[in-house]
Design a protein around this ligand. Sequence first.
Ligand code: OAD
Length: 254
Amino acid sequence: MTVLSDLPELLRSARHIVVFTGAGVSAESGISTFRDDLTGLWSRFDVTDLATPDAFRRDPDLVWGWYEWRRMNVLRASPNAGHAAIAAMKRYVPKLTLITQNVDDLHERAGSGSVIHLHGSLFAPRCFACARPAGFADELPDEPEGGRRMAPPECSHCGGHVRPGVVWFGETLPQAALKAAFKAAESCQVLFSIGTSSLVNPAAEIPRVAAQAGAAVVQINPNPTPLDGLARFNLRGPSAQELPRLIENTWQKH
Ligand code: OAD
């Protein structure tokens, strides 16, 4: 059996660590997760009204307003101690690949330079018609809970509606990002799965691919997930507490 005290030694000997994050890593920055009871976005809002290409076709103002509300929440938030610990870990390991399902920019703002964004970004809008990168309207007004209807900007090239730069249900993930993520998972010795319910494919396959290739999976999550049985280590707590403690015990006290 693997005991938790083996983890620091395993981390110190790893040549390549993959850190794979989900919404839970930003929870302590005040950003809502998706599936937590009561507080999760998908317990308060309907996916089919807001996060599919059809929803945008049907009601672009509703969808754009909702994503602008989410963007405003992120702009007002700050990275937490978990984001900072991941950025710090990079200094101690020969190679670290950071892969996130999050559409916020809190990893970058905590100092993680290169981040693979599997589900896109709230900060990279593009034209729904011609796919060219686009900008935002000048100002982001104060938004009520859930946002308010806002007409999306027009594409300066073709006049089409500008859409959020996130991956919606029914869409494929950015292929270069997905390829880079699987490649990293196949070649690492340790993979952290942090703050994700491990329910949404293909992203949820990444830790499984790493485990199959022989990596140790370390999960950080206050709640059980379908990954529990596969993870060699389960740290049951919020990432903003567990990560700094782990970094300190592994590299800083040593
Ligand atoms: P979920 O909302 O599905 O899961 C969040 C996970 O974070 C849960 O397992 C929580 O137990 C855990 N959690 C909550 N607070 C935490 C904390 N402080 N520290 C650590 N963990 C905590 O979010 P994701 O797994 O990221 O897709 O969701 C995956 C995808 O589903 C998202 O990227 C999004 C969503 O629909 C797209 O936008 C395409």
